[in-house]
Design a protein around this ligand. Structure first.
Ligand code: ZN
Ligand code: FE
Length: 255
């Protein structure tokens, strides 16, 4: 892997990520949940921040943009359609566009649903993707701005990535997601086993993030609209997949 990835907790349940491409020394913060925590990690490593890659405009993702830009004079990269909402944006990208990051590159995937301007950054060569608040371990983002159809289409794009893709989510919501997941797929053995692993990790104070696409496809109810048992549990047997997804999301909202 030609990309060094540093993961650290921010705020109450966010993850901060710093990524560094060793040849160029390019160093990016994936979102900016908390400028002080990000600066502390940079100082520890002796790294200089060259970029901010924003997944979406929410305060726990772009709230540190201005302070970090003021200190490091870094380039802020975000979604073209969110140009007005990403503080300090310099480079505005659309679906499928590449962003050259030293010797490697990221591909932008538009994943509207949580917000209309949400994007994911996929590094195909390294097989990693930063998915913000679109997909969580055993969960997905709330639909603040998008429709179930829109979000299902976005999740379907992520599902089309290679199964071994390592997914970096922006929050540690896994334990509460697991509690819900077992109610809508109570017979999924992999899910039940995974819940136990998750409880053990959290009890040991360890993160459950990152995950892999393969694991999420097998256990995350929000990617499992095609599961006959899930369809039955949410009362949507034979319904269009986006509708099964939508009902699952609705149930989670009131869980
Ligand atoms: Zn958000
Ligand atoms: Fe968030």
């Amino acid at each position: 892997m030609a990309l060094e990835i540093l993961q650290f907790p921010c705020l109450s349940d966010n993850y901060g990520y710093l990524i560094r491409e060793p040849e160029s020394g390019f160093t990016a913060s994936i979102d900016t949940p908390e400028d002080a925590a990000i600066n502390a990690e940079l100082e520890k490593k002796g790294w200089r921040l060259t970029h901010i890659l924003n997944t979406h405009h929410h305060f726990d993702h772009a709230g540190g943009n201005q302070a970090l830009k003021a200190r490091w004079n870094c380039t802020v990269v975000g979604a073209a359609i969110d140009r007005e909402r990403i503080p300090g944006i310099d480079v505005a990208l659309k679906e499928g566009e590449m962003f050259r990051f030293g010797e490697t590159q990221a591909v932008v995937i538009e994943v509207p649903g949580h917000t209309t301007g949400h994007i994911a950054f996929h590094f195909p060569r390294e097989g990693v993707a930063f998915v913000g608040d679109t997909l969580f371990v055993l969960g997905c983002g709330r639909l603040f701005e998008g429709t179930p159809q829109m979000m299902w289409q976005s999740l379907s794009k992520l599902m089309a990535l290679p199964d071994e893709t390592v997914l970096y989510c922006a929050h540690e919501y896994t334990q509460s997601n697991a509690k819900f997941a077992v109610t809508v797929e109570p017979n999924n053995e992999l899910l039940l086993a995974r819940r136990n692993e998750i409880d053990a990790l959290r009890a040991a104070g360890k993160p459950t993030v990152p995950t892999t696409l393969a694991r999420e496809k097998a256990t995350n109810p929000f990617l499992r609209a095609a599961s006959a048992d899930l369809q039955k549990q949410v009362g949507k047997e034979g319904a269009p997949l986006w509708e099964v997804f939508g009902e699952t999301r609705r149930l989670k909202d009131t869980f």
